[in-house]
Design a protein around this ligand. Structure first.
Ligand code: SAM
Length: 186
């Protein structure tokens, strides 16, 4: 069995958007307790690489490297880049803030974490790489999605069945990172 019901959300995202493949390198942000790591490790197999990051300690998962740290700290992002390299195939983020119950605060914090994940994705993803990120719905979601649209071939908003209870949670799946445009000389 899986460590979290969240595992089924990643399975559904993968079924619908074809994210995980044998031999690929996957970075999973906000990975504790490790359900997504278990799914990713199964899908990439022994030739693949999976790196998981969380504030909390993550119990060992076969074939997975873990980092304990805060993704809003530059030092954690550097550690992730050192381990995973800069030709990563897939960046996943299921990061969520501690809930205050105040809708606008929780939304703002969620978007902040999602943007940290986006920065990390731009830092480590190979051209053609994919990015999937959880974010709570609210006023800043459209702007965030537009920013993803500029960097990827397409972006879809998905709500996995296992998310139906927490009504404000969606996943943006951004496929096919585009090559950075070559700066024009003057
Ligand atoms: N996908 C995971 C699984 O399948 O087991 C569940 C992830 S849980 C919904 C969200 C996680 O995000 C929590 O473990 C939390 O500690 C982590 N998190 C929140 N803020 C973070 C941050 N700034 N840096 C790293 N992890 C963070």
């Amino acid at each position: 069995g899986y460590r979290s019901r969240a595992a089924y959300k990643l399975k559904q995202l993968d079924r619908e958007e074809n994210l995980l493949h044998e031999g690929k390198t996957v970075v999973d942000l906000g990975a504790a307790p490790g359900g997504w790591l278990q799914v990713a490790a199964e899908e990439v197999g022994e030739t693949g690489t999976v790196v998981g990051v969380d504030l909390q300690r993550i119990k060992d998962v076969d074939g997975v490297e873990t980092v304990r740290g805060d993704m809003t700290d530059e030092s954690t992002r550097e550690e992730v880049r050192d381990i995973a390299g800069d030709a990563v195939d897939v960046v996943l983020s299921d990061m969520a803030p501690n809930m205050t119950g105040e809708y606008s605060v929780d939304h703002a914090r969620s978007v902040h974490l999602a943007r940290q994940a986006f920065e990390t994705a731009l830092d480590v993803l190979d051209t053609g790489g994919d990015f999937a990120v959880k974010v709570f719905e609210g006023q800043d979601l459209d702007d965030f999605r537009e920013d993803l649209d500029e960097e990827f071939q397409y972006v879809r908003t998905l709500r996995p069945d296992a998310s139906r209870d927490s009504s404000s949670e969606v996943y943006l799946v951004a496929k096919g990172r585009m090559t950075a445009p070559v700066a024009e000389g003057d």
